[in-house]
Design a protein around this ligand. Sequence first.
Ligand code: CUA
Length: 329
Amino acid sequence: MIQRAGNFPLWPARASTTAGNVDALFIFLLILTGMVTLLIFTCLLYFAARYRYRANVPAEQIEGSTPLELTWSVIPLGVFLVIFVWGAVVYFKERTPPRDSTEVYVVAKQWMWKLEHAEGQREINELHVPVGRDVKLIMTSQDVIHSFFVPAFRIKQDVLPGRYTTTWFRATKPGTYHLFCAEYCGTQHSGMIGSIVVLAPAQYETWMSGGSTGPLSATGEKVFAELGCATCHRSDAQGRGPNLQGLFGKPVRLQDGRTVVADENYIRESILDPGAKIVNGYKPVMPTFQGLLSEEQLNALVAYLKSLSATKPGEGNATASTAQGSQVE
Ligand code: CUA
């Protein structure tokens, strides 16, 4: 089932758009370090023979050579800068999920992966994705540090308790690929494995049509209503809390003068630690929901707030949440 090149896969399958970039850099580094090693050992052997001890030949002392020292400083500097720039380009590509990615929420715990699609499908230790579509993973942990590692996609990202980390991929080949936990997380760490099932678009549609309990954002809307969030965060009139319509992804001006972007981590923090970032013009009256919500409920709330912004693509009411504060500016 799992694709592998023989029993000892020296090189895992290359099944995502970033895999080739990572491999090219890796091969470059391998060849470069190989060549440097060769150069060093060649010089070592040559000098050992050329300047070996001979009776009655006094050693000649050399006091330094500026051209030589410049050469061995400038050339490595250039080489290291190439590695730096190349590495940075690949890194930023891997760190930046494209817009309009399909979103999957990942909750890690000792010792399993719980995955939930934005459309509502839930999976454990298995993730079904379509080929050729950008998939963004929004990940958090219920307990300790884990790490989401898919060798065939060349992605590895730590999953931390108390906040979200993200990564993304675009699968290029249908198949089933290993998912590993790559951070030691307790006795069953090595058993915290799973698989990513990449399906052709048609098969994926079939798979998606079954087993959903409704979109994650709808679940979030229910949680939002049950917790009574709407009594303060009103969408029709001025409430005690900021209006949340169109908030996601927008800059928010805070009481202390800072401006932050309302991303997943901002929303999460504002629910669990409401006093951490007070929106300009509002009072710190919101109670904390720390310990009252499961990770799944938090994810649903994040998905719901996102959906409030999705209805107004483009700009929308960018300053809705800061409107009250603008009079102070
Ligand atoms: Cu989870 Cu190692």
